[in-house]
Design a protein around this ligand. Structure first.
Ligand SMILES: Nc1nc2c(c(=O)[nH]1)N[C@H]1C(S)=C(S)[C@@H](COP(=O)(O)OP(=O)(O)OC[C@H]3O[C@@H](n4cnc5c(=O)[nH]c(N)nc54)[C@H](O)[C@@H]3O)O[C@H]1N2
Ligand SMILES: Nc1nc2c(c(=O)[nH]1)N[C@H]1C(S)=C(S)[C@@H](COP(=O)(O)OP(=O)(O)OC[C@H]3O[C@@H](n4cnc5c(=O)[nH]c(N)nc54)[C@H](O)[C@@H]3O)O[C@H]1N2
Ligand SMILES: [Mo]
Length: 779
């Protein structure tokens, strides 16, 4: 356990905002879920002063016509009835429902420089924003501003730009379909495709890689498929924290003796064992259910090697079976009829050496052999994956290999099988469907032109990395963020912060105070908006918004409670307010869309008629409707009109680094954070309490460096661009993690991630595989 350091850390190196809090390391032995989850939920509710009558009040909350949890994008089996219990969903809602308020008095009593000394956790704790604020450089305070003046300021800055491409319009994935659709309309009518979004840092390798493999950038499974799967693979995803309702499916599968294979460098408790809070017997008996039947602690960046190893074994087993005249192991009919590129792919696998596979994956041969047997025995397999697959230099290639594994035995387009990327934000998938896309499809733009009578810009805009680049190079002048916390989410955050301060105007449309409000342009606005749980009344009528979950289900969501302040506006109203002020001659009646969101859905239907026919009628149905996913019917909209075996003629997802002391850093989420929103300083399942400046290391890697648990270290990134990137003040925790791999929390480690270090194809920052050196602090 770390001792309080005798003298405070005084390095001039980059020390993050949380560094004052010394973490305690206490082993956590119970299963994930269970009573621990119920206690944690009750605590979150209590601390946000929400419940007077017990936590059941929140958990029973629902809207007869549907409420979508603003937490994760995992589908809810019981949408219209009640809100399926989930600790982190309860945290997401209770932190929106908090009774605390950030008022004009709050801003009057703190300068922005003072606020900037506080941690992200403290900022979040201050509660909901209540009225629009404008930065006053003279006094270094935010001061109240009317909505009209705020919109006029935005219009003035935008219309003064020499080129519409000098503005960046960011979206975070909590934004509803309706707000996202109006936002992209505003931005394109204004004249740019600069629509960077959080997906650019997240599942972009999915959006780029899956279309190349199967013709659509979305997952192919539905929730019902989980009950029919004969094996489930979970690669680089941590459901116990990031999509806890998935544990319901895994719990059931495990009890039905369905093998669950996990690939993760770190032992994550919820992937080991889980007690379902909905299971009275398990709760009463303090029972638990084993989740992973096989836990493969692959090295960071070793997934392609591991997948290739398994596929090589499948191929060998097939060859052997054919040799003795037995049943084929491969689904030869599927491969012949539905796929392309198998021969070259198989030849590459045959030529790949076992030595290389074992070295790069870090996994023992016998474990790969057991996993291959599980795969071959199952008639239907689902592969689930998350950021452990996407956030690499070759994240898109990583995605291809997960599909290749499925293709070998026809595990696409049949029940109980398919690919399941787990999206992050609750509507990040829907935002893309609505056109939040810096590289819009030409057909989408054609339809937009037909529906609104203007010529949208065709040139590709900026993704997140390019937007930051434009800020650094002085090409961007205005930044508008529809939700999110751009400056804490992006790579190279130290450089990005400096660039952000040079902009002429920054605008944050937000629910809560965050760092992005404090690292602002010369002029700045905070525009507070309704949250998903707030009732949204327009013209006396309660409005619904719609969202699309990770499994392409679209459904309506209605607010549950009165908004925290009468001054707040909905995201739709704010977007249309900005548009109306900026584009007076646009010929688009922005107000009419605010008055009735049904009119927005009509327009969505006009632009995307195949997917959204009868949109307004279909959301009346509890649970909503499913968007068509062609691979479910074995229809492949790829260049070859087939599913493609995409060959990757190597094993290294990340460029090899010659420095022998190099470690690979995966930047992770704690159990008590939602991206940049820090709920508490604990990470219960990993045994960390009261502090976030922690680095998880393998014991052998520590020994090699003369480091003991509780030592304080600095982490330095290895990059070849001549810039030194160091963060310091991290306490080492010895942890069950693969050799050569270390973990530490995001966003504290974002200064280490070079902007140019991203997936080559999709631009997603390689946040899971930063090459670093770890050093003990000098005494
Ligand atoms: N409560 C809560 N819920 C969330 C979020 C949150 O912050 N809090 N964030 C939301 C968002 S935006 C997203 S994108 C998702 C993120 O959800 P996840 O995809 O689960 O993302 P992470 O927690 O970043 O990392 C996932 C896992 O990848 C493992 N990993 C790291 N490197 C590798 C590797 O090289 N190979 C393999 N196989 N595994 C690796 C890590 O050990 C970790 O367990 O969750 C969403 N839901
Ligand atoms: N190093 C590293 N960096 C990463 C990652 C990583 O794993 N490692 N993960 C990346 C990923 S996957 C993602 S998705 C991004 C996340 O990047 P973002 O989506 O930009 O960040 P969040 O922290 O989710 O944004 C939180 C803020 O959103 C606002 N907010 C909350 N609810 C609402 C709402 O309903 N409406 C509006 N308008 N605002 C709201 C609140 O003010 C809150 O402060 O970070 C990325 N950055
Ligand atoms: Mo994400």
């Amino acid at each position: 356990m770390p001792e309080q350091p005798s003298s405070p850390w005084t390095a001039t190196d980059n020390v993050d905002h949380e560094s004052k809090d010394v973490p305690k390391f206490v082993p956590y032995n119970p299963p994930a879920g269970g009573w621990g989850a119920l206690h944690a939920t009750a605590k979150a509710l209590r601390e946000q002063s929400i419940v007077t009558k017990g936590s059941s009040a929140l958990l029973a909350m629902n809207h007869p016509k549907g409420f979508d949890c603003p937490g994760c994008a995992w589908p809810d089996a019981r949408h219209a009835s009640s809100f399926e219990f989930c600790e982190n969903g309860a945290k997401a809602v209770s932190f929106e429902l908090t009774k605390r308020r950030v008022t004009r008095d709050f801003f009057a009593s703190h300068t922005v420089s003072e606020l900037n000394q506080e941690s992200d956790y403290w900022l979040e704790e201050q509660g909901r924003l209540t009225e629009p604020m404008r930065y006053d450089a003279r006094t270094d305070h935010y001061v109240p501003v009317s909505w009209d003046d705020a919109f006029a300021l935005i219009a003035r800055h935008l219309t003064a730009l020499g080129d519409p491409n000098e503005a960046e319009f960011y979206t975070s994935g909590r934004t509803s379909n309706e707000a996202a659709f109006m936002y992209q309309l505003f931005v394109r009518r204004f004249g740019t495709n600069n629509l960077p979004d959080c997906s650019n840092m997240c599942h972009e390798p999915t959006s780029v890689g899956l279309p190349e493999s199967i013709g659509i950038g979305k997952g192919t499974v539905l929730l019902d498929d989980f009950a029919l799967a004969e094996a489930i693979f979970i690669i680089g995803q941590n459901p116990g924290t990031n999509s806890p309702r998935m544990l319901t499916e895994l719990h059931r599968a495990s009890r039905a003796h369905v093998p669950i294979v996990v690939f993760n460098p770190l032992r994550e408790r919820a992937l080991e064992r889980f007690a379902a809070p909905q299971d009275p017997l398990e709760m009463a008996t303090l029972g638990e259910t084993k989740i992973a039947s096989e836990y493969c602690q692959v090295r960071i960046g070793g997934d392609i090697a591991a997948l290739k190893g398994i596929m090589k074994l499948v191929l060998e087993a097939h060859d052997e079976a054919m040799g003795r005249g037995a049943e084929p192991v491969l689904d030869l009919g599927f491969i012949a009829e539905h796929t392309h590129g198998f021969d070259a792919f198989a030849a590459d696998l045959r030529a790949t050496s076992w030595d290389d596979i074992l070295r790069v994956s870090g996994l023992p041969f016998d474990q790969l052999e057991r996993v291959a047997k599980v795969y071959m025995k199952a008639r239907s397999v689902i592969v689930v994956y998350g950021m452990g697959i996407t956030q690499h230099r070759l994240g898109t290639e990583n995605v291809h290999q997960t599909v290749n594994l499925l293709l070998l035995r026809g595990n696409l387009g049949k029940s109980g099988a398919g690919i399941c990327p787990v999206r992050g934000h609750s509507n990040v998938q829907g935002d893309r469907t609505m056109g939040i896309d810096e590289k819009p499809r030409p057909e989408f733009l054609d339809q937009l032109k037909n529906a609104f009578g203007f010529d949208p810009p065709r040139a590709h805009g900026h993704n997140v990395v390019k937007a930051v680049d434009a800020m650094i190079n002085g090409k961007a002048k205005v930044f508008i963020g529809l939700g999110g916390n751009f400056i804490r989410a992006v790579p190279d955050s130290t450089v990005a912060e400096a660039a952000m301060r040079d902009l002429s105007l920054t605008v944050a449309i937000s629910t809560k105070l965050n760092r992005g409000h404090l690292v602002h342009g010369k002029e700045a606005l905070i525009l507070p908006c309704l949250a998903r749980s707030d009732i949204d009344m327009q013209g006396g009528i309660e409005q619904a918004v719609t969202v699309e979950d990770s499994m392409s289900m679209v459904h309506a969501s209605y607010g549950l409670v009165e908004p925290p302040s009468a001054t707040l506006r909905s995201e739709v109203a704010i977007v249309c307010g900005m548009a109306k002020a900026t584009l007076p001659g646009s010929g688009i009646d922005w107000d009419s869309f605010v008055a009735d969101y049904g009119r927005i859905r009509h327009k969505i239907e006009e632009v995307l008629p195949e997917q959204f026919a009868d949109f307004n009628q279909r959301i009346e149905k509890p649970g909503g409707f499913h968007l068509y996913v062609p691979p479910r019917e074995r229809i492949w909209n790829t260049g070859t009109r087939r599913a493609n075996f995409i060959l990757f003629p190597s094993l290294d997802e990340d460029p090899p680094v010659s420095d022998p002391s190099m470690l690979r850093l995966a930047t992770l989420r704690s159990h008590d954070q939602y991206n940049s929103t820090i709920y508490s300083l604990d990470d219960r399942y990993r045994g960390v309490f009261g502090g976030r400046m922690v680095v998880f290391m393998n014991e052998a890697d520590m020994r090699e460096r003369g480091i003991a648990e509780g030592d304080q270290v600095a982490i330095e990134a290895l990059a070849d661009d001549g810039r030194r990137r160091i963060v310091a003040g991290f306490w080492v925790k010895s942890h069950s993690i693969a050799r050569g791999s270390i973990g530490a929390y995001y966003p504290e480690t974002n200064p280490l991630l070079p902007l140019a270090y991203h997936d080559l194809k999709s631009g997603t920052p390689a946040a899971k595989s930063i090459p670093v050196i770890v050093r003990r602090h000098a005494a």
